[in-house]
Design a protein around this ligand. Structure first.
Ligand SMILES: [Zn+2]
Length: 127
């Protein structure tokens, strides 16, 4: 099972105005990480098998995917959490926005308001 955690984040625009938003993070438990890792391994070995009928290219693709499988599986296993999104009011246009994050994003992060395209700075809450 994975666990969803909501923490506070500040959304700051270029004029220094800030609003407070919610940062959603999904945390993976150990069993989940094993399952995700094995799925990734399976996917790569499936790609390896699927590359068999490709003439010439299979000399590279089959061992390539085969070797990449455990490595990618291990890398997936090492991922403990995923940043989902930040939601809150945009300090420029006051619109409630949801800003998608990359899984490995770290705060602070520069991004754009999906509504008014103002550059926004997402930071951890100020203490
Ligand atoms: Zn905006």
């Amino acid at each position: 099972m994975s666990k969803i955690e909501n923490t506070l984040a500040s959304i700051v625009n270029n004029d220094g105005k800030h609003t407070s938003g919610q940062l959603q993070t999904t945390w993976f438990e150990h069993g989940d990480r094993v399952k995700r890792g094995l799925l990734k391994l399976g996917l790569f070995w499936l790609l390896s098998a699927a590359s068999l009928p490709i003439i010439f290219a299979h000399w590279v693709l089959v061992p390539g995917f085969f070797i990449a499988g455990p490595w990618m599986g291990y890398r997936t296993y090492k991922i403990t959490h995923r940043r989902d999104h930040v939601s809150g009011p945009c300090p420029s246009c006051q619109e409630e926005v949801i800003i998608k994050l990359e899984a490995s994003d770290k705060l602070p992060k520069w991004t754009y308001c999906p509504s008014c395209k103002a550059p926004l700075h997402i930071t951890p809450p100020e203490h």
